[in-house]
Design a binder for this molecule. Sequence first.
Ligand SMILES: [Zn+2]
Length: 238
Amino acid sequence: MVNVGETPRSWSGAPFRYIAGHVALDLVNTVDWTAAGLVEDRLNSYERLVEWSVGAKLVSARTGERLCAHAARRMTAAARALRDARALRHAIRRLVLARLGHEAADPSLTADAALASLSRMAQAAAMHHQLAVVRRPGAKRSAPAIDWVWTGLDDAEPPLDLIVWMAAHAAAALVSSSSVDRWGVCPGATCGWLFMDTTRNGQRRWCEMATCGTRAKDRRRRGPLRARPTPGGKETDR
Ligand SMILES: [Zn+2]
């Protein structure tokens, strides 16, 4: 059972990892979901959320700089957007676990509440996602394309909710897709990260072999008596 309190038990300035195979699951993996609660939360500021989104290729580095500058002038709105990103992260994880049959894994957020929350965020996102004529770099002027674009993406002051909109849009597409048989939860004792198993034989078990996979292997080698995890956190850095 994962006890997800409002406040993480610890924060982390560690680099973000993008190992999930889907941006919505990479958002989930910005914190460790342990039995004791949320540990090593990497989303500890709006700037860190922007950093994550640039690394996830949701926005460009230039848009990221503009978002940070805008956030410095509107700190309350930025704090709200950060809260929404954490709530979205929680809802995504809850829905994935529910669809994988882990119904009782998180009593702090029911699957119905998670679905309502994601639906609300995706609807809000849709209000800012519109069809527009776009010009591809290098394309002929006479042949513009039509594509979906995000409102304010290229503004000098991009909307502070932009990242949440983009992530909610991606998450809604994921949970309503038929890819559920490819979703996985890392069984690492202090991990709880999610991933898409894109291996041909569907054998992916760990978030990363180099962290949780290796740890489990070492534990098996040492034997059960020395296999206890370090209390209150991860045994080694990611
Ligand atoms: Zn793991």
